[in-house]
Structures are given as structure tokens and as C-alpha cells.
Design a protein around this ligand. Structure first.
Ligand SMILES: *Cc1c(COP(=O)(O)O)cnc(C)c1O
Length: 383
């Protein structure tokens, strides 16, 4: 049906009507007083969302741009870094670091499992010469629906003294990422995930310790030189022409998030995750991520008696619901249900009902009709 598409992919995520309407205006000059006012408000609200007094800088980029900015602003060619990876996005950090000639050491876990903080601790303790300048990791690994134990890993990094750089693209605005309480140095995120606005903006928060490293970092940079963004942000401005209409959207979305409140936002994502997992189990479909390491942003399902790609195809064609597929070697092996950003209980119940109908259409009968919806409703009511 035309105009009914429901995005249940981990980005781009659905955008509220208020945010869409806020963006349907003529652009304004980015050197105007009106733009400065918006810049001041969104910067303050971003700090609230990030739970930090650090700088939170806004880039015209996708999430990868914010990640790349982290690498090039605080490090120098040949620097040793420890990249932790357990999925597609963690591997991307390794690629970016290598592209800039860094000396990359790694700790990894298989896709679908969480990073082992103990291995990270051992690696860092072995570095008695303190050669490792930064530890880089993905908090919520979108490719598998696994969330890593950032709090514990961060404690080990703090004991060592290296900078910690976090891809929080699908955890910020979905899970608790208390930047100041934990002392996270560089935290990257993107507008099309938890922020409820379209793709095009990326955010990076920078600690005082990272700014110290900035002073001596020699990797080349120009458009993504964060010093420029910091200097201009202090004057409620931006170094280059920002996508001003996305800023209108950002302003509206942050007001909505603030009205909901951090605790409620985290609780909603937790509830959606619990409901999704309960429903998938009730449908006798295997969950890809184990209990206790699952991301509140996305749930990956690894069906064996029905084709993952067929599930996606029927969901899309018959019910206008977009689910994500698997990436790389997981292509065709899993489908992923995004429940991140502007997603509510009703959306989830609809998606589970549609999933049941899809499974029936595909001849998968290993469940009691209604079991998924019942389990999801129960999980929602309980919390
Ligand atoms: C979406 C995403 C990114 C950023 O991808 P872009 O396409 O550059 O926005 C990075 N990390 C994770 C974990 C993501 O989910």
C-alpha cells in the first residue's frame, strides 16, 4: 500500500510527523541570528542526551564520518591502537584505522557473541610500555544485535590510561551511555538511528583528555578537523555550511526526547527488546544473540525452518514492513528487527502480528497462531 512503509531496520529509522514538518521550511542562512539560536539549543540538548559536559560536535556526515573524525583528530601515523571487534561495524573501525596507517592490534569475538572484557584487560596489562594510544570499539553491534559490556571494558581502559573511542551509533538514545560518569573520551553517533531524524548528521563528543591528545596528533585533516567545529560551536556557529533543514528536525526531535526523559527512553527500548525476544521465542525461532548480551536497538533472528530472505520479502510486500537482512557471511542466515528511535509498543505488536501471518504464508507451522503476539503483549504489559 502506498505511503504505509514501516521501517523496522536499524537505520534509517521512522521520523515523527512533528520532525518532518519542522524540516519543511525554507532554509535560513547559517550565519544568521536565527540559526545561532537553534545551534545553542541543540548543543545544550545534545549534552543532555549524551549525559555530558564535554563538547558534543555536529557534523554533516553519516555515523562513519564521526568515527573517522575520532581516529584522525586524536592520533598520529604509526600510533598503536587496540580495536575490539565482534561484527561488521567493529571491523569497520579496524579498516578506518588501517586506512590512516595506524598500527592496529585487535581483540575479537565471533559474530553473535560479546567481546570478553577479560581479554581486553590482559591485552592492556601486557602493554607495560603504554604504547597503546587508544582503544576503539562498537557498543551496540548492529550487525548481530549484540551489546558489549562497555562499562567493564572502559574500566580496564581507564586503568591503562589509553583513550577510549566508542561507536555508540545504535546505543546512544536507546541504552544508557553516561559519558561523564564513565569518562568516555570520544563517542560517535548518527542522526538516522536513535535521534528520530533522517540521515545526514553525525555527532561526536570529545573529552578534555582527548583534546589534550588533539594538540599533538598529526594525522592530516581538514573538513573533519574537530578543532574547527569546537571553535565555531563556542560562538553557536559551524565552520562549514550545515544542512540547516536537518537542524530544524534535530531541534524538534531533541525537544521530543527531552519531554520523554532519558529513563523513559531507555525503558521503552528495553521493553521493545524484551517483547521482541519473547515473541520470537514463542514462535520457536532461534534468537541470534544470547540472553544478557542483546541490544535494546535491534534483534537478530536466525530461522532454520524458513528462509530469512523470504520472511523479509513477504513482510515488505504484503505488510509494508521493512526488516533488515544479514550482512557479509550472515546474508540469508538472519533477519533483523530494528526497534530503535521512534518506535512504540503498537508498532511492535503490528510487526509481530505481521510476522506471524508471514510465517503462515511461508508454510512455517511450528508455532501456535497468536503465540508471538500474546508473548509480546505480556512482555509489554509487565514493564
Ligand atoms: C549505522 C551504524 C554506523 C554508521 O553507519 P553510517 O552508514 O556511516 O551512518 C556505525 N556503527 C554502527 C554500530 C551502526 O549501526
Amino acid at each position: 500500500m502506498d505511503d504505509k512503509l514501516m521501517l523496522m531496520i536499524p537505520g534509517p529509522t521512522p521520523v515523527p510527523e512533528q520532525v518532518l514538518l519542522a524540516m519543511t521550511k525554507h532554509p535560513i542562512g547559517h550565519r544568521s541570528g536565527d540559526f545561532s539560536k537553534i545551534m545553542a539549543e541543540v548543543t545544550e540538548n545534545l549534552k543532555w542526551l549524551h549525559q555530558t559536559q564535554n563538547d558534543v560536535l555536529i557534523l554533516a556526515a553519516s555515523g562513519t564520518g564521526a568515527m573517522e573524525a575520532g581516529i584522525i583528530n586524536f592520533l598520529s601515523p604509526g600510533d598503536r591502537v587496540l580495536a575490539l571487534h565482534n561484527g561488521k561495524f567493529g571491523e569497520r573501525w579496524v579498516e578506518v584505522a588501517k586506512a590512516y596507517g595506524l598500527n592496529v592490534d585487535t581483540v575479537s569475538a565471533p559474530w553473535g557473541e560479546a567481546l570478553d572484557p577479560e581479554q581486553v584487560r590482559q591485552k592492556l596489562e601486557a602493554d607495560t610500555q603504554k604504547e597503546i594510544k587508544a582503544v576503539i570499539l562498537t557498543h551496540s553491534e548492529t550487525s548481530t544485535g549484540v551489546i558489549n559490556d562497555l562499562e567493564t571494558i572502559n574500566r580496564h581502559v581507564k586503568a591503562h590510561g589509553a583513550l577510549i573511542m566508542v561507536d555508540a551509533v545504535t546505543s546512544l538514545g536507546a541504552a544508557n551511555v553516561p559519558i561523564d560518569a564513565w569518562g568516555l573520551d570520544v563517542v560517535a553517533s548518527g542522526s538516522q538511528k536513535g535521534y528520530m531524524i533522517p540521515p545526514g548528521l553525525a555527532f561526536v563528543s570529545v573529552s578534555a583528555k582527548a583534546w589534550e591528545a588533539y594538540k599533538t596528533a598529526t594525522l592530516p585533516k581538514f573538513y573533519l578537523d574537530l578543532g574547527k567545529y569546537r571553535k565555531d560551536a563556542a560562538k553557536n556557529s559551524t565552520p562549514f555550511t550545515p544542512p540547516v533543514n536537518l537542524f530544524f528536525g534535530l531541534q524538534a526531535a531533541l525537544r521530543m526526547l527531552k519531554a520523554e526523559g532519558l529513563e523513559n527512553i531507555f525503558a521503552r527500548h528495553q521493553r521493545l527488546m524484551n517483547a521482541t525476544r519473547a515473541a520470537v521465542q514463542a514462535l520457536n525461532l532461534p534468537l541470534f544473540a544470547a540472553e544478557g548480551i542483546s541490544s535494546p536497538a535491534i534483534t537478530a533472528v536466525a530461522p532454520t525452518q524458513v528462509e530469512a530472505e523470504q520472511v523479509r520479502s513477504v513482510m515488505r510486500k504484503r505488510f509494508d514492513i521493512a526488516l533488515a537482512g544479514g550482512q557479509d557471511h550472515l546474508k540469508g542466515k538472519i533477519f533483523r528487527i530494528g526497534h530503535l528511535g521512534f518506535v512504540g509498543d503498537r508498532d511492535l505488536l503490528s510487526a509481530i502480528a505481521a510476522l506471524e501471518a508471514t510465517l503462515q504464508e511461508l508454510g512455517y507451522e511450528n508455532f501456535t497462531p497468536g503465540a508471538g503476539v500474546t508473548a509480546a503483549a505480556k512482555a509489554i504489559a509487565k514493564s
